[in-house]
Ligand binder design. Structure first.
Ligand SMILES: [Zn+2]
Length: 431
């Protein structure tokens, strides 16, 4: 297939109808009456910059039975993503230049999205000794985001040093905020439901106390910090305070924390077991408001594939985590558009522009205008779809199966090539 085409009659985020011309990987023109050999009718479809996920678990190397870079990025493409940041909790851990370069080259080989490896903050995610952040930053993978995600960088001295260190190359530390001593053996959100079910609770303060500490540390050393998967109303209040104070903090929320509550745990279906845990309806409401008013900067999926045997067991033994790449856009649409409270412009900000800025992804999150790299997603906003278990991911742990969600990703264009066409993975032109 040609890489020169016109997307006819797309609706841009601000509402106007235009044609988009794509040639050789770039947007060459946005206007009316554009012509090319291949014309693609996009009447009724919303065109947005390709989505960027700052928090994806691709599982390779080491856990290929859950996901690979190929299947994870295929799942990403189906969800409208043209870039993902791959978390470091692989086997071996991505704590050296060698491993991050391996992940980056697997991404290039797969070809479905740009893959940015996240480097571990500490060696082996053990929280004891700083990893070689500089070597990873200076490697071919050019790592800018560092995280021990899955684990919290709980030692304040290590966190302070990491924050100081990444300033040299404009990096950022992404913190999984979970005070380990306050969450020993924790199985779900600590509250009325956990008391009734007799499950060990996971108090909100375990998250909030780390966020409070870390924004103060970031202020103290004048560095940048990003907080992963905010899940409580109190966390929102701390971020709001920190931003008002001028602290360089950004924050993400997952699709599941915008939609699901701890009431679901009553089913004892381990598909709802996730870290941080599903919280209360009041927390969900606070997170939604914060996403709309800008206190929370981005939606990040925390796509966490697990094989059936890790989930198909009793609650206490099951692994934490759920899939998210193929449903994120629909949940964003539900929260921002269907609610009548926000806009497609905001949706593009939280799923593309802002995550690309935070991650330092220069070819991502560009405006839909002449000269931009052609990373584009086209969504049918009127479609309604029932989520099915079948997906491009190797794993099946989606909490949304059976739910009806708004919107459908129709086309995903990555560097000028269709990775998804008519909602199907494309056998794209380059290979
Ligand atoms: Zn995490």
């Amino acid at each position: 297939m040609s890489s020169n085409f016109v997307l006819k009659n797309v609706t841009l985020a601000a509402g106007e109808t235009k044609d988009i011309q794509v040639s050789d990987g770039f947007i060459t023109s946005v206007g009316a009456g554009l012509v090319a050999d291949e014309m693609i009718d996009c009447n009724g479809l919303v065109a947005l910059p390709g989505f960027v996920d700052l928090h994806t678990h691709l599982r390779e190397p080491g856990f290929e039975q859950s996901e690979t870079v190929l299947t994870g990025t295929q799942s990403a493409a189906l969800g409208g993503f043209t870039a993902v940041h791959a978390m470091a909790n692989t086997m071996p851990v991505a704590d050296t230049a060698g491993v991050v370069e391996q992940v980056a080259s697997l991404g290039i080989e797969a070809g479905y999205a740009e893959v940015f490896p996240i480097g571990a903050v500490t060696i082996g995610l053990e929280g004891k000794q700083l990893a070689e952040l500089g070597a990873m930053a200076n490697s071919k993978a050019q790592v800018k985001v560092f995280s021990d995600d899955g684990k919290c960088v709980h030692d304040p001295v290590i966190m302070r040093r990491a924050l100081e260190y990444v300033k040299a190359f404009e990096g950022v530390i992404a913190q999984h905020a979970q005070e380990p001593r306050l969450t020993e053996g924790a199985q779900m959100h600590e509250g009325a439901v956990s008391a009734e079910l007799g499950l060990t609770g996971w108090p909100s303060v375990a998250e909030e106390s780390i966020i409070a500490r870390d924004v103060l540390l970031a202020e103290h050393v004048n560095s940048r910090i990003h907080i992963c998967h905010l899940s409580t109303a109190g966390s929102v209040e701390i971020i709001r305070w920190a931003k008002a104070r001028g602290i360089k903090v950004t924050a993400e929320v997952t699709p599941h924390h915008l939609l699901l509550t701890d009431e679901l745990v009553r089913s004892f279906d381990s598909v709802y077991k996730v870290n941080p845990p599903l919280r209360t309806a009041q927390d969900v409401e606070a997170l939604r408001e914060a996403l709309i008013d800008g206190t929370i900067d981005i939606i990040a999926t925390d796509h966490a594939p697990h094989p059936i045997e890790s989930k198909d067991c009793e609650w206490n033994a099951a692994a934490f985590g759920m899939l998210g790449l193929e449903t994120a856009a629909s949940i964003a649409q539900e929260v921002l558009i269907e609610s009548g409270k926000s806009s497609w412009t905001r949706l593009a900000e939280v799923l593309s522009f802002a995550p690309a800025r935070i991650g330092g992804d220069s070819n991502q999150g560009q405006m839909i205008q002449a000269g931009s790299v052609a990373n584009i997603v086209l969504i049918d906003p009127k479609a309604r779809r029932k989520v099915v278990a079948d997906s491009a991911s190797k794993s099946k742990n989606s909490p949304y199966v059976g739910l009806e969600l708004p919107g459908r990703v129709v086309h995903t264009i990555f560097k000028g090539y269709f990775t998804v066409r008519d909602s199907q993975l494309a056998n794209w032109g380059r290979r």
